[in-house]
Design a protein around this ligand. Structure first.
Ligand code: PHE
Length: 348
């Protein structure tokens, strides 16, 4: 008889070792010890060949059974340990959703954007369409068609940034009056918010870039009274129901008559006064004529001569400075958060 250890003893020992392995590494060591290349069970299987044939059969069957049993136990223990490791990791890395979150720095609309937004709301309620023009314009739309030919001294009212190719940065939003009428027939009611540029030295009340809101209404029998009512409605929307509007004669080549308008502001700090907000007037017949010329060039019908309309233009920076007591227009674009954050609009 051989001195081979009985399979029962080997089985008990291997199953016990498997059950006692507490980590996947320990379990791997057990597997190597019994089933590795020179493992205890592997060795016994290798020794089978040296046994006499009559013993080999029974011993072989017993060893195969043993190996299968140990393999099954190792697999099961392995699964248990893997699950336990995962559970431990999940517990350790658990996220406490009840912790207060970190505040991310969130931006908000710039004060000027908010004022333009308020103005758009007011005019949308009055049935106006919002359109935007080009910041790079040409002489014809910015000046000529607005009744400001090249020799007209009024050009000096708008110091201009000229581009090398002869175009320019629009000095006001009024060129959009021309562009819009050249491609749309009356009646119309539009507002044009946007950036404009002036070639000027900057100081507390002058910036080389600022914003305007243009308005244009054209139809039949549009009157100065309509214009005044519209400006008054805007003033009530901006400054409250008690605000009043005042017109003073003024000169713009593209209006006849032209006016500057001021708004009476009931200031809660007790500093009520007239605020001069912008220019306006009835559309000059020469503008309608120039627009019809442009339309004709494009093969469109002449439809503006004989129509009536009004236009107005105002600056949101000025509204903001007056309404919030901001002393210097340069604060809006110096990107000093100490200023901007005071007027930060909430993002919805
Ligand atoms: N475009 C004029 C300006 O920039 C303002 C204005 C617009 C005046 C429309 C009258 C009518 O000064």
């Amino acid at each position: 008889m051989s001195s081979a250890p009985p399979t029962e003893a080997l089985s008990t020992e291997a199953l016990l070792a498997t059950g006692q392995a507490n980590t996947l590494d320990e379990l791997q060591a057990v597997r190597t010890r019994y089933l590795g290349k020179s493992g205890l069970i592997t060795r016994e299987l290798g020794a089978l060949g040296k046994l006499p044939a009559e013993e080999r059969r029974a011993r072989g069957a017993a060893l195969n059974l043993l190996r299968a049993g140990v393999e099954a136990a190792l697999r099961e223990r392995g699964e248990t340990l893997t699950r336990a490791t995962l559970a431990a990791r999940l517990a350790a890395e658990a996220t406490d959703v009840s912790l207060p979150g970190l505040d991310l720095p969130v931006g908000g609309p710039h004060l000027i954007s908010r004022i333009l937004g308020d103005l758009e709301d007011i005019y949308a309620r009055l049935g106006y369409t919002v359109v935007e023009g080009h910041e790079v314009e040409d002489d014809q739309h910015n000046f000529d068609a607005l009744n400001i030919p090249w020799y007209h001294p009024a050009r000096d009212l708008w110091d201009t940034f000229w581009l090398e190719d002869g175009r320019l940065l629009r000095t006001h939003t009024s060129p959009m009056q021309v562009r819009y009428m050249a491609s749309h027939p009356p009646p119309l009611k539009i507002i044009v918010p946007g950036k404009v540029y002036r070639y000027e030295a900057t100081d507390a009340t002058h910036e080389s870039m600022f914003h305007q809101l243009e308005g244009l209404v054209v139809g039949e029998h549009v009157s100065m009274a309509d214009l005044k009512g519209t400006i008054a409605e805007m003033a009530r929307g901006l400054f409250g129901p008690a605000s009043r509007v005042r017109f003073q004669p003024s000169y713009y080549p593209f209006t006849e008559p032209g006016a500057d308008f001021s708004v009476w502001w009931e200031n809660p700090r007790g500093e009520s006064r007239w605020l001069e907000l912008g220019g306006c007037g009835m559309v000059h017949p020469n503008v309608f004529r120039a627009v019809d010329d442009l339309r004709e060039e494009r093969g469109l019908e002449r439809v503006y001569e004989g129509k009536t309309g009004f236009a107005f233009g105002l600056g949101p920076e000025r509204i903001a400075m007056l309404k919030y007591g901001i002393p210097d227009i340069r604060y809006f674009y110096a990107n000093d958060l100490r200023v901007l954050e005071q007027f930060r609009g909430e993002l919805e």
